[in-house]
Ligand binder design. Sequence first.
Ligand SMILES: Cc1cc2nc3c(=O)[nH]c(=O)nc-3n(C[C@H](O)[C@H](O)[C@H](O)COP(=O)(O)OP(=O)(O)OC[C@H]3O[C@@H](n4cnc5c(N)ncnc54)[C@H](O)[C@@H]3O)c2cc1C
Length: 333
Amino acid sequence: MSVILIAGETGQQGVTQQTLELVTAARSLAGDGGEVIAVFTGAQDAVAPALPADSVYLLKHEALGEKDSGTFDAATDVLSALASELDPDIILFARTDRGSVVAPRLAMRLRSAFARDCVAAAWDAGDVIVTRPVHGGNANARFRLAGKGPCVVMFRPGAHDAGAHDAGAHDPASSTTSSPELRNFDPAPHIRESRSKLLRTGQEQKEGVRLEDAEVVVSGGRGLGGPEPFTQLAELADLLGGAVGASRAACDAGWIDHSHQVGLTGKSVSPRLYLSFGISGASQHMAGCSSSRNIVAVNTDADASIFGDARFGVVGDWEKVLPAFISAVRDIS
Ligand SMILES: Cc1cc2nc3c(=O)[nH]c(=O)nc-3n(C[C@H](O)[C@H](O)[C@H](O)COP(=O)(O)OP(=O)(O)OC[C@H]3O[C@@H](n4cnc5c(N)ncnc54)[C@H](O)[C@@H]3O)c2cc1C
């Protein structure tokens, strides 16, 4: 029987989409009769009833902060103590800011195998096999995780469906849903003195849909020629209930904040529709959006590599296509 531990996270709306995606992955890895346990460090009480896991730990301590905002050191201390007690087969993280720091540290503490940025994981003859995009997303590689102890796997956001659950937890005994069992674990004895101190946390001022969660992303690149066109992209994103993305070139030019960057060193998105204007389709950009269900590209260069990934393409100037597109969307909405 497999035991899968999830390092959950909460945001303003409670359990994050990425955590629900981890539950989907965990259910599949746990198999029949397996156990899915979620642990939240510094989380709100309200998360527990809605989470489709078998059991949940809500660990509280001032060093862990509120809503998972505590120090990464404290989270690593507590998760390694809990993992030693539970002895799970696999520990799952989402590739978030927090996961990217805590997951490798935890693997180091546990002396276990670690795989980052995975899009799939499965059992094979008692070993965990993970799939990771490599070469900027141009190929997938499979890795067998060797070694003792639980392996730590970090999933790329969007790699799994977050909506495959009913509200409430899976009950393996009855195959129905129910609230997860709330378990206790005292973090205090395990938190070491930290060399880093959390001075303050800030919430990104953001209206509308989060880029990572958006069903529609309207993205712009260097071909837009300046910051002004991003106002039009935002208008289109609003009309479609989506969010604005950008290439690194556009962000580096200062036309839009780096929090909008999509790609290898930016955010990973998997919307139903990814609309790109003036983006060439460099592999580092596509690494963050190639799992979108439909990519639409607008580019003046018929040989731009983004057309190789796009389902629909327009060889043309964004200055003509974008206003016409916005007007057409207005007409039908
Ligand atoms: C380690 C590393 C990590 C990186 N990480 C990322 C990342 O996370 N995200 C990312 O995006 N990039 C990343 N990059 C950079 C990446 O390699 C590209 O340089 C970048 O994506 C190019 O951005 P772009 O497509 O906007 O610009 P360009 O490559 O300059 O393309 C602009 C496109 O606009 C088209 N165009 C021009 N005028 C018009 C017009 N009027 N109408 C329509 N189309 C027009 C052009 O034909 C061209 O195809 C990374 C690079 C490295 C080395």
